[in-house]
Design a protein around this ligand. Structure first.
Ligand code: URP
Ligand code: ZN
Ligand code: ZN
Ligand code: ZN
Length: 472
């Protein structure tokens, strides 16, 4: 059945206007003032914002990591994402050295296929480059539509790749049309600092932060940027946390290097002091890179505002406090890294960003949806509200006030990193390709309804001949 969303305030990365949206066969077929439509379900969005569905370009669902597996899978993770206003996730497919890339991709399809309630794609981790990998890469792009490769510069002896691998990945990505993503920290220096701290009997969560200083995030970011320039390639730096890294990105952009930066809500609103909470509570706030001193937050907000950073991902990587985080009770280096954010990304950005005047409403849409769609080959099918695009839509109440809590969130974990935080604004209803996923704050979607997204090559737009220019 057709649907028409009436009287809402439509917000894209460039425009804010009152209008009605007609949805047919999962696609936006018309936008206009006071649309008169027969035989359509009418959705009244009066007093609400109508946003393009959020695109979360950074998730780790059901990922083996730190001696355990992330708690939220493609079922709980995508349901929570939808409650939070996200209609597309791009998850990291983790490969193992010496094994075919296809094997890991097959595993990721198996985990997601009958579970995801919203659309999803994969990035592919590259841990080594050899003849087998080189032979497989073209089909990763052409057959799987995976057009972004992830290289870890940290997690020594686990996920970390060496500089040669990073450089070769950049060269291949340029040749094939992929965007390289990096986790930028100097894993070798961290390894030394961690061993030294533990030898000195420093075992508490705070030492996780103290052994990963911001300078070495800056160093790794700068190194990756230099390689990108030399390879004439393209780079996306995930989870930027600090002034040093922002500086390196800005410097490279000023030199004309094709480099993009993502930050995450946790780095915008939490700080290093959280790792000092008593009774091992600090473990809840163990991310890599770590939370920083508070003053870095202003740098990150300003970088989003000025466009030096362009996206906000969640880095959803959730572990229970009891039974998972406590693997590191006697040794901070064994605390699984990561936290539950997928549900809160949109609301925190709106409340702390738009409501507090740090970014505009249109910038909010850009950093939570549109820019990721453009960088990761989904635009304009996704990431905006335009005729011909998928009807991935969030109806958002900008005035409701609520408190974030593990008691009420939909992620599968036993704590919230934002427990007690007051936010203004909440997604009320969410459509994925025109179908209800969340209706008046209730989940009404279907497991397996999410489709796997084959993405366009870097810099190329998905064919969409019907798209009109209204909000491009
Ligand atoms: O602590 C984090 N960020 N965990 C997830 C893995 C990663 O490095 O992105
Ligand atoms: Zn990372
Ligand atoms: Zn991550
Ligand atoms: Zn309402």
């Amino acid at each position: 059945m057709k649907k028409v969303i009436k009287n809402g305030t439509i917000v894209t990365a460039t425009d804010t206007y009152k209008g009605d949206i007609l949805i047919e066969n999962g696609v936006i077929s018309q936008i206009g003032a006071s649309l008169q439509v027969q035989d359509a379900e009418v959705i009244n969005a009066d007093g609400h914002y109508v946003f393009p569905g959020g695109i979360d370009p950074h998730t780790h669902l059901e990922m083996p990591f730190g001696g355990t597996v992330t708690k939220d899978d493609f079922e709980t993770g995508t349901i929570a994402a939808a409650f939070g206003g996200t209609t597309t996730v791009i998850d990291f497919c983790i490969t193992n050295k010496g094994e075919p890339l296809k094997k890991a991709i097959g595993e990721w399809h198996a985990k997601s296929k009958d579970k995801a309630v919203i659309d999803y794609g994969f990035h592919l981790m590259i841990g080594e480059i050899n003849d087998d990998v080189l032979t497989e890469l073209p089909s990763v792009i052409d057959d799987e539509g995976i057009t972004s490769f992830k290289v870890f510069m940290a997690y020594k002896n686990v996920l970390q790749a060496d500089d040669e691998t990073l450089f070769q990945t950049l060269v291949q990505a340029k040749k094939l049309g992929a965007l390289v993503m990096v986790h930028a920290e100097n894993g070798d220096v961290i390894d030394y600092l961690v061993k030294k701290a533990l030898a000195e009997g420093k075992t508490e969560p705070i030492y996780h932060a103290l052994t990963r200083p911001s300078e070495i995030e800056g160093e790794a970011t700068g190194r990756a940027a230099v390689f990108t320039g030399l390879a004439n390639s393209q780079l996306y730096v995930v989870h930027v946390t600090c002034a040093e890294a922002v500086e390196k990105i800005a410097e490279a952009r000023n030199k004309g290097i094709d480099i993009w930066g993502e930050t995450c809500p946790q780095y915008l609103v939490l700080d290093q002091s959280y790792l000092e909470k008593p009774n091992f509570e600090g473990a809840k706030y163990v991310w890599s890179p770590p939370l920083r001193e508070k003053w870095h937050q202003d740098v990150l907000w300003n970088a989003l505002k000025s466009g030096q950073l362009q996206t906000v991902g969640s880095d959803q990587c959730s572990f229970d406090f009891k039974g998972q985080k406590d693997l590191g009770i006697n040794d901070f280096s064994k605390i699984p890294n990561g936290g539950p954010i997928i549900e809160d990304r949109f609301s925190i950005l709106f409340s702390e960003g738009v409501k507090k005047g740090r970014i505009t409403l249109n910038q909010f849409v850009d950093v939570t949806s549109t820019r990721a769609a453009k960088l990761f080959g989904l635009y304009p099918k996704k990431g905006t509200i335009a005729v011909g695009g998928d009807a991935d839509i969030v109806i958002f109440d900008p005035n409701v006030e609520r408190t974030i809590s593990a008691e009420t969130h939909h992620m599968a974990v036993d704590y919230s990193a934002f427990e007690g935080m007051k936010v203004t604004g909440e997604p009320v209803s969410v459509l994925s390709r025109g179908e209800w996923v969340i209706q008046e704050k209730k989940f009404v979607g279907k497991l397996g309804a999410g489709e796997y997204l084959k993405r366009a090559k870097y810099g190329e737009m998905k064919e969409n001949k019907e798209i009109n220019s209204l909000s491009l």
